[in-house]
Design a protein around this ligand. Structure first.
Ligand SMILES: Nc1ncnc2c1ncn2[C@@H]1O[C@H](COP(=O)(O)OP(=O)(O)OP(=O)(O)O)[C@@H](O)[C@H]1O
Ligand SMILES: [Mg+2]
Length: 454
């Protein structure tokens, strides 16, 4: 296998030394520059791994200004380059200054070719290691795209991720159902990024956050003068999502009247801006989410059944965090490292009591609550390890003690154990029953009694 030879740029104005250095390193591809301009041209063209730099270059061969100027430019252009600076006698001062400005090392003049060779090879080795690390890090970043940002080892959640990946490249509309903070928006984005629409926009609109009277124009856009305050023609979110993905968050909050208009868009794939009769065709992928019980809303006449079926060609149910055994601790560690890096780098991890508390807590606010608590704990922590007290979680037993009576406390405990067992056995009834030490019919009875459909 022929490996490309490493490149060494020698910046030196003395022709004798130039020649000597040029032939000194057989295993390197040596290129030579005699002044600042040619050094920079070669730097850009050849991107050397290592540079040896004589600080005294023309037009200031007895000073250091040209040398330092070259060093600064190399550090600005390619800071990873290993620069080794020559220090003439009595120039130790400037050698140290060069190191402070980013040089890797210095060598004394007159040059001892063997000694310099050692420094150059050590620099090369370090440079290669750093490049390799950078390459791995950028690959990790790429892998992180798509659903890689989703942190989970729970089978139930992995199944959700697989479903999302599988439907990403179809155009079916996807409805994400899950409690608040379970990751609906993260999954919607993941779906967009995994799809062939990824190069175009992902446009999110939270239908619950926008006043009813403004929602129509937010979604469909408006013409100038369509209503008071419509000072210029503005495209709506649907139009902005053309070619990409439109995420309708809290879709259950769309008022009935607007549901009709949305349904028409989904059937005909054209929109009319408020105040205009012109039909504009828009191709966009619809993903929606809600924490509401849309089926119940349909029963009560608050949500149109026909719209529901248009929006929910595929329904993905996202389990709450307490239904993903092991995930809370896993996510907590990831959030701790992320926030420690940004806000309190002396924090290194969790104390054992903190992890136990995280595992035992029921996480009513799901991943969002977990992230907020960890973030606050990281900011407040005085020690290297975040302790249980920093997380400010009530004693989990209190959750049960707070229950109305013994019967409901037992029920709570039953539900929790059953949900965990179901998740561990990936919803398989026989193995769940076995795990719980009860018969299958008993398990069925309990599932029905507690309304725990798997
Ligand atoms: N499995 C996960 N891995 C990593 N981060 C997650 C995961 N789930 C959620 N998050 C993060 O938790 C936060 C809440 O998630 P997201 O906003 O997607 O939830 P949501 O279901 O839309 O919540 P809400 O109903 O409150 O709008 C976000 O910062 C998100 O990046
Ligand atoms: Mg959300």
């Amino acid at each position: 296998m022929t490996e490309t030879r490493p490149k060494l740029l020698v910046i030196e104005d003395d022709p004798g030394l130039q020649a000597q250095l040029k032939w000194a390193y057989e295993d390197f591809d040596v290129i030579v520059a005699g002044d600042r301009a040619s050094a920079l041209t070669l730097l850009r063209a050849e991107m050397p791994d290592v540079v040896t730099l004589d600080l005294g270059l023309p037009p200031d061969p007895d000073g250091t200004t040209e040398g330092f100027a070259v060093l600064d430019e190399i550090m600005a252009l390619k800071p990873g380059t290993k620069v080794i600076v020559a220090s003439g006698h009595g120039a130790r001062e400037s050698a140290l200054q060069a190191i402070a400005r980013g040089a890797y090392d210095f060598y004394p003049k007159p040059v001892d070719i063997d000694a310099l060779g050692l420094i150059v090879r050590r620099a090369l080795q370090l440079h290669r290691l750093e490049e390799e690390n950078r390459r791995l890090a950028s690959r990790a970043e790429k892998d992180e795209k798509v659903l890689g940002r989703l942190i989970t080892t729970a089978p139930e959640m992995l199944r959700v991720a697989r479903t999302i990946e599988r439907v990403a490249n179809t155009n079916v509309s996807v409805m994400l159902l899950g409690a608040s903070g379970t990751g609906k928006e993260l999954l919607a984005r993941g779906l967009h990024e995994a799809s062939d629409r990824a190069k175009r926009e992902f446009v999110a609109i939270n239908c619950a956050a926008i006043p009813e009277n403004l929602l129509e124009s937010e979604l469909f856009g408006h013409e100038k003068g369509a209503f008071t305050g419509a000072v210029k023609t503005t495209p709506g979110k649907i139009e902005l999502a053309a070619g990409g993905t439109l995420f309708l968050d809290e879709v259950g909050d769309i008022p009935l009247q607007l549901q009709v208009k949305l349904l028409r868009f989904l059937q005909e794939r054209v929109i009319e801006r408020v105040g205009s009769r012109e039909s504009i065709p828009v191709d966009t992928r619809i993903v929606c989410a809600t924490h509401q019980d849309l089926e119940a809303m349909i029963g009560e006449g608050r949500f149109r059944e026909d719209l529901f079926y248009r929006l929910a060609e595929i329904v993905v149910r996202i389990p709450s965090l307490s239904e993903r055994p092991g995930d809370a601790a896993l996510l907590a560690k990831a959030f701790l490292h992320r926030h420690a890096r940004d806000m309190n780098p002396s924090v290194r991890g969790f104390a054992a009591d903190a992890l136990a508390a995280i595992d035992a807590w029921h996480w009513p606010g799901n991943v969002r609550e977990l992230e907020n608590r960890v973030k606050r704990a990281v900011i407040m922590a005085d020690e290297k390890l975040v302790g249980a007290a920093d997380l400010d979680l009530a004693d989990p037993d209190e959750q049960v003690i707070n229950a109305l009576n013994l019967k409901s406390a037992r029920e709570q405990a039953d539900r929790k154990v059953i949900r965990h067992a179901l998740a561990r056995s990936e919803g398989n009834i026989s193995s769940t029953a076995k795990m719980l030490g009860i018969s299958r019919p008993t398990l069925y009875d309990l599932l029905k009694q507690y309304d725990l459909q798997n």
